[in-house]
Structures are given as C-alpha cells and as structure tokens.
Design a protein around this ligand. Sequence first.
Ligand SMILES: Cc1cc2nc3c(=O)[nH]c(=O)nc-3n(C[C@H](O)[C@H](O)[C@H](O)COP(=O)(O)OP(=O)(O)OC[C@H]3O[C@@H](n4cnc5c(N)ncnc54)[C@H](O)[C@@H]3O)c2cc1C
Length: 288
Amino acid sequence: MYNLDIETPKSLMEALTLKNKFKDGIQPLAGGTDVLVLVRNKLGKWGASPRLLNLTQIQELKFITENDGFIEIGPLTTHTQILESLIIKQYFPAFVKAVAYVGSPQIRNLGTIIGNICRASPAADSLPVLYARDAQIQIQTINNKKIIPIEEFITGPGQTVLPNNALVTKLIIPKLPNYIGDYTSIRQRIALSIVVVSVAIEAQFNQEKRRLEDIRISLGAVSPTIIRARKTEKLLMTEKLTFDLIMEAKTKVKTECVPITDIRSNKEYRQAMTSVLLGRFLDKLIRS
Ligand SMILES: Cc1cc2nc3c(=O)[nH]c(=O)nc-3n(C[C@H](O)[C@H](O)[C@H](O)COP(=O)(O)OP(=O)(O)OC[C@H]3O[C@@H](n4cnc5c(N)ncnc54)[C@H](O)[C@@H]3O)c2cc1C
C-alpha cells in the first residue's frame, strides 16, 4: 500500500510555484512509466511515500511546433505522438525510428520524451539522436528561463543539472536540412528490452558528394552518459569517404567508448558492436 501525496496543478505557473515551494520534496510526474516503477521499488530518493507533481493536466505543456530553424516539443508529448507527428516525420525521421524502439505500445502511449530525457539513462532510446542533433533543453523556474545543450543537461546515469526548483518546459531541436540521419540499436529482443548498444548519426556531404562536410556520431550504453565520438567524427571529415577511411573510423570509435560489463552484455561485445553499427551506417552513406 502506498501513501501517495499528489498535487495536480492546472497551469505551468502553478506547477512552478509548487516546485519552488517543495523543491526536492516533490517529484514531477509525466507519464509515470519511470517514476512509478522507482516508487514501487522504493529506489527513488522519496521512498514509499513521495509527494508527486502531476503535470498531466497542464494543457500548455502539450505541443509539437516548428519554425524556420527548429522543432519545439512540450513536456507532455508522448512517444506515440512523436511517431504520429507529420512535423517529426518530415524533419527528423531518425527520431521516429528511435522512439519506435521504446518499450511497447502501452509504454509509448504514456511515456514522454522529456521524461525519457530527465531519467537520463545511458541506454535511453531518444537520447542518441538528440545528441547528434545538438538538441537543447529549456529549464524554467518561477522567474527565470534558460536554454542549455542536452549534452550539458545530463551529467551521469539518472543525473541532470536541473535545479530543484525548476521544470523542463521545452525540447528544442535544430532542423538540419540536407543531413542524412539514422539510429539503430542492439538489444536482446525487439520489444520491451533495454539497449545493449546504440548508435545515431547525422551526416552531410559536400557538394560533389565525396567528402563528409559534417558528421555527428553519438553512442548509447557505452559510457555513463550518451557520448559523441568526436575523434571519429573529425577523422571522417579529413578526407574523401572511402572504404579504407571507414575501416579506420571503425577502429577509432572503439577507443572512444568505455563500456561496462553488466547483466545485459560485456565490455568487449559492446565495443565490437558499436564499431559494427557505425560501419553499417558509413557503408550505407558511401553507397547512397
Ligand atoms: C516496461 C518498460 C519498458 C521501457 N522500455 C524503454 C525502452 O525501450 N527505451 C527507453 O528509452 N525507455 C524505456 N522505458 C523507460 C520509460 O518508459 C521512458 O524513460 C519514458 O519516456 C519516461 O517518460 P514518463 O513520461 O513516463 O516519465 P516519468 O516516469 O513521469 O518521469 C521520468 C523522470 O522525469 C522527470 N520529469 C518528467 N517530466 C519532467 C519535467 N517536465 N520537468 C522535470 N522533470 C520531469 C520525473 O520526475 C522523473 O525523474 C521503459 C519503461 C518501462 C516501465
């Protein structure tokens, strides 16, 4: 039996006021697919009787919009809404691919993108594509708003820089026209299983389609947070993309990840598979 104390504000300002009042003593609740599991297992810092800040009734937090350069996503946007959004399908197909891996239809109907980000798991499916896009997070308190890169927002497994009086109120994603993006992962089975390794890329060729003008590579589940393989990115931009350069990149990327051995896999397999997944993307790129 759990004695949950739930506050249900109807506006963002009301929610921020409650967060400001209770600080660490109140836990934001969006879809609840992470929070309620932690509460049930008493793994959260709140123990068995937490005070929850139920955000689900705040209409102004439900949006997916676009302007010239960016897509903006509100905190109550679920994985299913991402999958169904024409804006996301048009400007960010790799995101659709990544989110389709999350849990099961039931989890995707309830779970939100911002919840996935705030959970800050190195195995989260939404994060690698967002790192490859250099997405940004809007953090808001009752009297302040700040936008920071996702890479600075997440600092470790389950850890973010979110102040205890603040909420995340927006995810901002650059559109990156003319880039080719993709995401893939290895997991023990397709549905309802956690990532063993994942890789996302965003790449743009020069005009003659010979050399990569820009490439961003992010790696999941091989480090305490998602990481960008910046040395491999740099290598791939130095000269014309060839099969020899791809082989070099596949070797280099192994040196950039520092995976652990755990219940789902071991360090050596994770390093090897990161290299294989990157190699497959680059092979597709060179043939495109
Ligand atoms: C059976 C099962 C399978 C799953 N499979 C996958 C999977 O395959 N891939 C994957 O990536 N994840 C998976 N998950 C994890 C989970 O579903 C996702 O992380 C989900 O997106 C979390 O969103 P939520 O809205 O449910 O978050 P909640 O549980 O409501 O919240 C998660 C965290 O975010 C915080 N939070 C939420 N909104 C805000 C806000 N606006 N401001 C500040 N803090 C906020 C909460 O306080 C909490 O710390 C799975 C979970 C379950 C139970």
